[in-house]
Structure formats: structure tokens, C-alpha cells
Design a protein around this ligand. Sequence first.
Ligand SMILES: Cc1cc2nc3c(=O)[nH]c(=O)nc-3n(C[C@H](O)[C@H](O)[C@H](O)COP(=O)(O)OP(=O)(O)OC[C@H]3O[C@@H](n4cnc5c(N)ncnc54)[C@H](O)[C@@H]3O)c2cc1C
Length: 469
Amino acid sequence: MSLCIVWLRHDLRLADNPLFAFDRMPENLVCLHVLDRQWLSPTPALGVPRVGPARLKFIWQSLMALRGELLKRGSDLLIRVGDPVDEVASLAECHGASEIRVRRDAGHDEMRDVRTLRTRLDGRIRLSEHDSGTLFDTLTLPVDVESLPPTFSAFRRRAERNGSINDPLLAPVTLPPWPDAVSRGLPALRGVCQYAAAWKTDPRGQFHFEGGEAAGHERLEHVLWQSRLAMRYKQTRNRLLGADFSTRLSAWLAHGCLSARQVHQAVRQWEAEHGPNESSYWIIFELLWRDYFHWAARQEGSGLFGRRELPTADATFRCWAEGRTGVPFIDAAMHELAATGWLSNRARQNVASYFVKDLGGDWRLGAAWFEHCLVDFDVASNWGNWRYVAGVGRDTRDRWFHVLRQAEQYDPWGRYVTHWQPSLRALPAGRARHQPWRVDPDRYPPPIMIPKAWEDRLLAIHEAVEPDE
Ligand SMILES: Cc1cc2nc3c(=O)[nH]c(=O)nc-3n(C[C@H](O)[C@H](O)[C@H](O)COP(=O)(O)OP(=O)(O)OC[C@H]3O[C@@H](n4cnc5c(N)ncnc54)[C@H](O)[C@@H]3O)c2cc1C
């Protein structure tokens, strides 16, 4: 009796999932997801778990939805909380599995787990890894992973010239039965984590993320066919307020409820009906960024996280993370992040730049805080973007964001800052709402986190830009 274990990690879907594309159907199948206990415990550096409540709840919803789909096809899902390698190995050994299938993930921990599992199994059980979730796979990628270009532009040019993107795979119609000897079922979310069970996204975020494959497809459908974002994405993607200025597909992509190839195919279908335009092109362009960070992470392994030990969070970090820097644009974004688990790309770039370039913070602390907060955390995109903004790693160009100018450009009336900090509504609409020295000293106990070097910059900015009162 052949038993296959499909070990699902960041690929919580049935369609376009090569783990379910068997050359020869096994007689029995077990689908397993392991929540890494370590990721649910506070880290020494920040004192919070790597997986925060917004993401854990989304993952949970995705697992519930996946279980429903698996049950419909004659299978089921087993969820364990523990050490992934121990859980997978003991299940496989105990029930005499013949094969374990797993996605080839970009994260260093995920790669290490597969290596450790392989050593532990010592060739007794076949362990196969499969590319999944990205636009390209190792066969269609236009370059070798080892010789990935150091810049995105060079990668994009090659991808657009020579890369081919396969059509997504269909979901399996039926699946092999669950073996009688293997228990099924899942613990309750409340038992796993009280704070995730109680997590409710702040309605000021104007959007509700609901995990699962069907919810992901619903969002994709909405974005392309109802909101017609592909007509205007290039113009709206840098906005800060609203549900439909960007796709918001990141959470479903990060947990594999959707694959990038599915999004790519849906955009191409939309283009076939409406004709391609710069906005539809730009959605694919952003997916190429995602692929680039994925392949870069695969190439770099542990190098992605920097070489030194992560320092412990200090007062500067706390002010930034809690949205108490005294710079309204930055604080608004940090409030939004904590309250909703999501931030627009524009806001992410600004708060990252401010933390690293202006406050002199260690970029890895910032990345670790994002990792805790984000509903759409994806190891390659998060740590890759942080390195990119910090100017470390593969591309060391200086990318300082002038956050006051950015605030004035992207939030000219101060609607975003007042949305997240209503006390600023007392100030006249416009520039006045972005000025650091206007903040209420009772709400921002000294020292306000305006860096020394900034005082000169601020003076220069405010000499050039008169407050509009
Ligand atoms: C410091 C920092 C940290 C980030 N951390 C993450 C993260 O953990 N997870 C994550 O998915 N994205 C991350 N991003 C990238 C980007 O901000 C988000 O993907 C995007 O804001 C998600 O919103 P959206 O789905 O509406 O994106 P859209 O603008 O609609 O873009 C469509 C899709 O393209 C991909 N994408 C867009 N921009 C980027 C980018 N710069 N890098 C990689 N992929 C991109 C995403 O999958 C996104 O869903 C980070 C960016 C920065 C600057």
C-alpha cells in the first residue's frame, strides 16, 4: 500500500499546485500542515512572535477553506503544531510513507528544514521538492538561479525577452483516500493562539482580508472584472487610502491561496477582451518583482537576513514601531500597519527608509517587525525589499526617501494622516498636517524621534515650503 504525504507550507491551494500533480496516483494520501511552534513564541529581539495575529488568523482561515476542498475530493487535512521536521518525519516513519512532497520554498528556515528532513530520512523515504507559486520555475526561468542578475531591471529585461510562463495546472477532481490508521483533524485556533482568534482588523483599513483559495479568486475577479483596476492601476497604485487602488492580492499570494501564474493568466484573459494597456502591464511588472525577490532569496539562503546577530529592540525602534516618531506621515503608516496587518507599497517604502536612513535603525529589526505584523508576509519579498531600501546586499544604491516631500506629494491634503491620527484634524488641510513640530506633545512624550541630522533637512524643507496657513 503506497502512502504519499503532501506537506503543505506556503501553498494552501489545490489548483495550480504541483504537489497534487502525481505521475502515478498513490493508493493513500495524507495532506499535512505544521504550524512551527517556534514561530508562535516571542523572539528575543522583539519580544513578539514571528507570526502575528493578523497573519495567523488568515492562515487559519486558509487552512479551514483548504480542508473543506480536500474533504470534497475524498481527502482531508491534518494540522499539527510543533517542529515541522519532527512532525513530518514521525508521521512518515510511523505509517510507512513511500513519498513526501513539498514545495521548494525560498525561506532559509524552510530550506534548512527540508535539508534536515532529508538527512533524517536517509534515503528510506523519497522526498521530492517542487517549484510552485511563482511565475517561473527552475526550467522556465530565463537565467540560472546562481547567475541571477544583481538588479531587477536586468532580470526583468531577460524575463520579458526570454522567459516563458506556463499555464496554471487544474485542481484535482478526486484524490486518493485517507489511510484509516492516520488520525485527522485540527486543533481549534483558540487553543493555538488566543490573540489570533480574537483578532479583528480595524475598519479604518477599509478592507477585510479573508483567507482561502475561493476568497482569493473572488478578489482577483473583483479586481479585474468589477473594479476594472487593470484600466487605472498604474495611476492609482501609489495611493494610501481605499480598498481598490492596488490589487491587495499579496496576502493570498503569500500564503499560496493563489499562484502568480493564475494572476498572470487572469490578467492576460482580461487583456484579450479589453486590450493590453500600461496598467495591465504594470500588474505583471509587479509580479516580476515578486519573482525576482523569490529567486534572489533562493540564491542567497541565510545571507538574505544579514550576517550579524539581530540586536535587541531599543527606544528608537519602539518609537518607530508604535507610531510615536512625531512625523505624522510615518506614524500614520505605523498605526495602520499595527491595526490592519497591511500597508500600501508607498507607505512601506517610506517607513522603511525613515527607520533605516533617518533614525539610523538596524534594517533587520524593521524587517522583523514587518514580519510580525504583516498579513501578507512573504520571506523573500519582505526581507528582499528591506535590503533594497536599506541599500545592502545585491543592490547597494542609496534610496533615501524624503518623507516630508513624499507626504506632500502622496497625501497633499493630509487626509491619510488625519485618517489614522484624528487629532491632526484640528490643523488646516494641507502641509501643516505633515509638520513634525505641530504634533501634540502630550501624545508624543519627548524625545520625539526626529533625528539630529534631520533638523537641518527640515529647516531646508520648510524654508522652501511655507506652511499654508
Ligand atoms: C519594506 C517592504 C516590505 C515588504 N514586504 C512584503 C511582504 O512581506 N510581502 C509581500 O507580498 N510584499 C511585500 N512588499 C512589497 C509590496 O509592498 C506589497 O507586495 C504590496 O504593497 C501588496 O499590496 P498589493 O497586493 O495591493 O500590491 P499590488 O501593487 O497590487 O501588486 C500586485 C502584486 O505584485 C507583488 N508586488 C508588488 N510590489 C512588490 C514588491 N515591491 N516586491 C515584491 N512583490 C511585489 C505582490 O505580490 C502584489 O500582491 C514589501 C515592500 C516593502 C517596501
